[in-house]
Design a protein. Structure first.
Length: 105
């Protein structure tokens, strides 16, 4: 399996509901539109480990069967739409977005 992990920073408390609404109603469906994507998992982070402050707000894990399937999606118009929306979310809500890819191992 080939995976992309995205770590979203925390929106301001007053922006959290609007961020979540956009993320769940627009961003996740854009991810699900990728033809080769096998699965999307999302988690809202409520607290850090053992009560530490939360280091980010949301985690997304996107799964493809292999790197070649990811590459096909990465070259698609659906990917461009997803990336543009992610950049717009980061800009609109002032949140960071850190993403990385890798194979199971």
């Amino acid at each position: 399996m080939y995976k992309l992990t995205a770590l979203w920073g925390s929106p301001k408390p007053e922006d959290r509901a609007a961020f979540e609404d956009h993320y769940l109603k627009i961003h996740v469906p854009l991810a699900n539109a990728l033809k080769n994507l096998s699965e999307v998992q999302t988690v809202v982070v409520d607290e850090g480990l053992e009560g530490a402050p939360q280091p980010f707000h949301r985690v997304a894990i996107m799964v493809w069967p292999d790197r070649a399937a990811f590459a096909r999606d990465e070259a698609s118009e659906a990917w461009k739409a997803l990336r543009a929306d992610g950049s717009g979310l980061a800009e609109r809500f002032g949140v960071s977005l850190i993403a990385a890819t890798g194979e199971d191992g």
